[in-house]
Unconditional design. Sequence first.
Length: 149
Amino acid sequence: MKKVIGLLSLVLIFISATVVAEERLTLEQALDKKKAVVLNELRLSPETEAEFIPVYDVYSLAKFKSNGRIGQLVQEFADSYNALTNVKAQELLGKWMEAKQAQLDLQKDYVAKFQQVMSKKELMRYYQIENKLQVAAEYQLGQMIPLAK
């Protein structure tokens, strides 16, 4: 279970099969690699990209902080795994739902900000890319975290 926690940060930060989990990356390096993947897939014009990057950087950092809540919950689950009670399970599930809602709220909050610097079609493509990366991360995370006993 401790290995799960060690890999969690990388999975939640970079969320892509293009980075090997064994790589030792700083937060900045991981965020830069993810940004490179996003920009490569977005294929924005140089002008749009120049306007997109500052908004993306702020969003990316906010998303990292939001993902940190999930990381804390995974750690809390790991700490109570062998002695998980119904009360603790209910508490963790409630916190999980709140953390997932916070992630969705963050995505919603940034729609208007991104619309100021890119077209609606580009924005849709961006959120599709983010969603694919998030699903890949959650799949990897799900493979590492055992089910409650």
